[in-house]
Design a protein around this ligand. Structure first.
Ligand code: PRX
Length: 660
């Protein structure tokens, strides 16, 4: 905990403009305080009112929160609804039928627009197609798709029939995909022939084939393939079929499956502090409610907005703020297939300008990469594009450093757009701590204050609340509707990971350190307190990478730590002891390359260590524990200040200091 530095200085505040405040869905600190007070005074009444106001219930709920099995909280449990109905049918009926739901821009710049009525018809056909294959309520479906209207339709179609989707980011390897298919017990996989990003084609269907050929995926009956490029692929007879063929004859209406509010909507795998990813399970009613409320509160969404979240549907941000939130809010949104740096690093700004985007939500790592790019080539500077449509900016996924914040604020937002720095997690389902754009004076680098109804605190290792100014552990004191319900198939891991006994068993442990400013009470996130890394906003467990490294026949032992990186936030640094002698010079380079490729193949290219260092041994205490803090200091190039008297073999420190 000594890593967590207190934040004492007086922060510089950026106030929202009077015009923004006047038009905002929640206006002014008074408005915010009133909503927070309503939640404090009558917690259940607060949530019940919002749930009634925002969701179309097939059967109204009578009980708001059931805490009997805490921490397995149940929200609105006797209510019945359908999430896809709330996102699509409701908008079609409410005058949004001809409104554009999605403006899709492909990697090559081709644009396809789809209205709410058309998306509704497409999702109904998709739902009927899935039903025709015998897929129904409670069945798990893995989605391994590129960014596409079809990817969103696949998720919505699952929701429509009560199937539980598990989207696997289409950058994961066959092995990672297989592991998730098996854990979820998926009956079908929906994929595409290829994915196209930055001009490069990635063969998704053949990765699915490889995953299934590795064995153990006996639950999978079908693979449904969206034809993205028309590249030649093999279809296994009786198992595989083209999406177009499946949907061709399907009617464009489809009765939604009405499910209980606690019915699982999806499972999304994320990294934890062990080698095995956790299947974070969300429930229909509470998740939908928070997706809608945060669209309204954090993003101040209005009918005329053009919303653009640059995340991938493979991550939680793409679930809540692409596949569900904007649709439930009846918004028009931009969906992008490609990457921010192709054909050049002006792509985002070009697209904002072209689609007249009003709300732009991206990750600090993208901002930092684009800053570097326009430092090199001033033609790519955002000031050279017409970004006048923007009114609100957002940031997510990792702490945004004040320099990047200021650049974003001045150069993208022209000093006029509030930035919502949204702190949240796969497990929280939606924003937790974030400025409200018409309310909160902003401080670069701070996610400011909890949203109404969210009871955040900073505590010590025994769960006692700490005074402002003192760094500690971020927790949430009360449940909230969009919280994780369980770890799929492992309720004990859910309890131990998120409601640990050490903190009394009642506090939700986010896994991040935080500190509140003494003057403003604002929260600043100081980074993970567990063995989870955040590389380019991607969450990765050190143990996952270590276990893959030691599975390589050359490797005897490995330890992975994070190291600060200007662009990616954190970079992966691996310390490796081979079974043979320690390699030197060219040989070390060659083996390091080989191991990097190995990690890419076994997990994903996003998990590749940036640095691999070899040593005759790893620094261990006499009792055999790897001294991770020491490794972190070495990775950062910091002087070693800690006590080395328990280190078994001090000579290896020099070896570890030598970067390849
Ligand atoms: O460490 C925090 C960081 O990302 C983690 C959650 O990662 P994931 O579940 O992949 O979800 C990312 C998108 C919501 C958190 O535990 N994090 C996320 N947003 C912020 C952040 N750290 C600081 N500031 C943020 N705004």
């Amino acid at each position: 905990m000594s890593d967590i530095a207190p934040l004492k200085q007086e922060p510089e505040l950026f106030n929202p403009s009077a015009q923004f405040v006047n038009n905002a869905n929640i206006a002014g600190m008074e408005g915010y305080r009133a909503i927070c007070a309503a939640a404090e005074e009558d917690f259940e009444g607060f949530w019940a009112r919002h749930a009634r106001d925002h969701i179309s219930w097939h059967k109204p709920f009578t009980r708001t929160l059931n805490e009997e099995q805490a921490p397995f909280y149940r929200w609105f449990e006797d209510g019945e609804l359908n999430v896809s109905y709330n996102c699509l049918d409701r908008n079609v009926a409410n005058g949004n039928a001809e409104k554009t739901a999605v403006i899709f821009e492909a990697d090559d710049g081709q644009v396809t627009q789809i209205t709410y009525a058309q998306l509704h018809a497409r999702v109904c056909q998709f739902a009927n197609g899935l039903r025709a294959l015998g897929i129904g309520k409670g069945d798990r479906v893995v989605i391994y798709m590129p960014m596409s209207i079809e990817g969103i339709a696949a998720m919505q179609a699952c929701a429509r029939i009560g199937a539980v989707h598990s989207v696997v980011f289409a950058g994961f390897s066959a092995k990672s995909l297989r592991e998730r298919i098996i854990d979820a017990g998926a009956v079908a996989v929906i994929t595409a022939d290829e994915q196209v990003r930055g001009g490069k084609h990635l063969p998704l269907k053949s990765i699915v084939d490889e995953a299934l050929d590795l064995g153990g995926c006996d639950t999978v009956n079908n693979v449904i393939v969206y034809k993205r490029t028309g590249a030649g692929i093999d279809l296994v007879p009786g198992r595989d079929l083209w999406l177009d063929t499946l949907l061709a004859e399907q009617p464009t209406t489809s009765e939604p499956e009405w499910v209980g509010a606690e019915h699982p909507l999806f499972i999304l795998y994320t990294s934890g502090s062990t080698g095995k990813p956790k299947g974070v399970q969300h429930a229909c009613g509470g998740y939908l409610l928070w997706a809608m409320l945060t669209m309204k509160w954090t993003f101040d969404i209005k009918p005329a907005d053009v919303f653009w979240c640059t995340a991938d549907i493979g991550w939680i941000t793409g679930h809540t703020y692409i596949a569900y939130g904007p649709l439930a809010a009846g918004a028009t949104q931009v969906v992008f297939e490609g990457v921010p740096t192709w054909p050049d690093a002006g792509r985002f700004w070009d697209m904002v300008s072209k689609h007249r985007t009003t709300i732009f939500y991206t990750a600090p790592t993208a901002i930092r990469a684009l800053i570097k790019a326009c430092d090199k080539d001033p033609h790519l500077h955002p000031k050279r594009y017409d970004l006048s449509s923007l009114r609100l900016l957002g940031s997510v996924g990792e702490p945004i450093n004040p320099e990047a914040w200021m650049w974003y604020y001045h150069n993208v937002g022209n000093g006029e757009c509030p930035i919502v720095d949204t702190f949240w997690q796969t497990e929280t389902g939606g924003h937790m701590i974030s400025p409200l754009p018409g309310v909160t004076p902003l401080v670069p680098g701070s996610c400011t204050l909890p949203l109404p109804g969210i009871m955040a605190a900073v505590v010590d290792e025994a769960g006692n609340e700490l005074p402002h100014g003192q760094g500690g552990i971020l927790v949430f004191k009360r449940p909230w509707p969009s919280m994780i319900r369980t770890v799929w198939g492992d309720p004990e891991r859910f309890k131990a990971s998120y409601f640990p006994q050490e903190l009394g068993g009642k506090l939700y442990l986010a896994g991040d350190g935080a500190v509140r400013n003494e003057k403003t009470g604002y929260f600043s996130i100081t980074g993970r307190i567990d063995d989870v890394l955040n590389v380019s906003g991607h969450r990765m467990g050190t143990m996952e990478i270590e276990s893959v490294l030691v599975a390589n026949p050359r490797v005897a032992e490995a330890a992975v730590v994070g190291k600060p990186d200007d662009t990616t936030g954190e970079a992966i640094c691996a310390y490796v002891m081979l079974k043979g002698p320690r390699p030197l010079g060219d040989e070390a380079q060659r083996i390091a390359r080989e191991l990097r490729d190995w990690v890419a193949r076994e997990i994903s290219p996003i998990a590749k260590p940036k640095e691999i260092r070899f040593a005759d041994n790893l620094p261990k205490t006499r009792s055999g524990k790897v001294m991770r803090r020491l490794l972190r200091a070495i990775a950062k190039g910091e002087p070693i200040t800690q006590d080395l008297s328990t280190l078994e073999d001090p000579a290896i420190l020099e070896q570890l200091r030598q970067a390849q």
